[in-house]
Design a protein around this ligand. Sequence first.
Ligand SMILES: [Zn+2]
Length: 153
Amino acid sequence: MYQILYKTRRYPLRDIPPTDTEPITQCEASMRVTGIKQDIIDLLLKMGEESHPREFAALLVEENGIICEVNLIPGTISGNTNATLLMDMIPLGSQYAGSAHSHPNGIIRPSHADISFFGRTGRCHLIIGYPYTKECFRCFTSNGTEQQIEVVS
Ligand SMILES: [Zn+2]
């Protein structure tokens, strides 16, 4: 699953340094997330509302840097298990852009447990919080830093 690609840069011909390659993982190359579709935000907020007071957890799929699909992790809505524990069972190396889950307590901030699994499931992590209105979501990087995400129609 770990494929190395080489990113080449354009230099003036005489200037090509001998070490002009920088290994990047394919995962990184294909997963720059810059935006999310409005439909997806609406869907996630609705999922949060419907599963309340339980958490739900889902995985996000991107296309051309825009999150355009949600894959629900089975069992998260019907079960009582903490969403984070379910996310923890996702195999390493899964090709997802990121994750989304809800915080029924309304605190839209990743917990320590959240941050520990963020790194396994892509780079863009949405937390949806009670009361699940339009502004009740935030996006975080894998280390838990809040990041801006553009909502596109
Ligand atoms: Zn959480």
